[in-house]
Design a protein around this ligand. Structure first.
Ligand code: HEC
Ligand code: HEC
Ligand code: HEC
Length: 133
């Protein structure tokens, strides 16, 4: 093999290794986790709705949680009025969000794991006792 050949061989191996994680991720793309909504509280809801619309929540729940924290800790506001259904929700990650979404592992965590997001909130905030759902 001349130098050119070595470089080519090296390049091919390099590309192979470099793109492997990409290829191995392709398979997973078809298996986007569907966050489970089968918790006891949600099962009992006559109308299955979140604090805001599903689309809004999907896109904005992180900002919403930040706003909630600021509303409560900075401004002492204890409830949040929904823009979509007009209901008042007590501002609490643990007692509101995780009351309905008591399956944190199969809901929040599955989604975050898939997307490689790692909220650090649980260092301080308790997750729910994983109910047998
Ligand atoms: C270093 C510890 C710590 C971390 C990390 C942390 N928080 Fe908090 N958070 C607190 C404390 C303390 C309060 C005030 C609790 C109270 O007054 O009930 C609070 C209050 C809140 C509140 C309003 C009250 C409640 O019980 O929900 C929200 C919402 C909130 N945090 C969201 C978050 C989110 C979202 C994250 C992650 C992105 C996070 N926090 C990370 C310590 C922390
Ligand atoms: C009263 C019960 C209830 C509360 C409280 C609640 N949720 Fe939900 N959440 C639901 C239901 C039911 C759905 C599914 C809505 C639908 O399918 O239209 C949902 C959907 C979602 C979704 C979208 C899931 C998807 O498949 O895209 C996210 C994200 C979410 N919630 C996060 C939160 C967060 C964060 C909080 C607290 C700020 C919260 N939820 C509070 C019941 C609740
Ligand atoms: C449908 C998928 C999905 C579900 C379900 C979901 N999340 Fe998320 N979450 C995301 C995505 C995507 C991001 C990252 C958004 C970004 O970085 O812009 C995120 C980011 C966050 C962040 C900010 C983290 C950071 O470091 O910036 C918090 C806090 C959070 N989610 C809390 C929750 C909680 C609490 C639940 C369950 C009640 C939940 N999420 C359920 C998809 C989801």
């Amino acid at each position: 093999m001349n130098d050119k050949g070595k470089i080519m061989a090296g390049l091919i191996i390099f590309i192979g290794i470099f793109t492997f994680p990409f290829y191995s991720n392709l398979g997973k793309a078809s298996a986007v986790p569907e966050p489970l909504l089968n918790t006891p509280v949600i099962k009992q809801m006559p109308v299955k709705q979140c604090v805001e619309t599903k689309e809004y929540m999907r896109a904005n729940h992180m900002q919403m949680l930040n706003e909630w924290r600021d509303m409560l800790l900075r401004d002492g506001i204890k409830t949040y009025k929904s823009m979509s259904n007009g209901k008042e929700y007590v501002i609490s990650l643990q007692n509101t969000c995780l009351n309905c979404h008591s399956n944190k592992k199969d809901f929040c965590d599955t989604c975050h794991k898939y997307l490689a997001v790692h909220p650090y909130c649980w260092d301080c905030h308790f997750g729910p006792k994983e109910a047998g759902v």
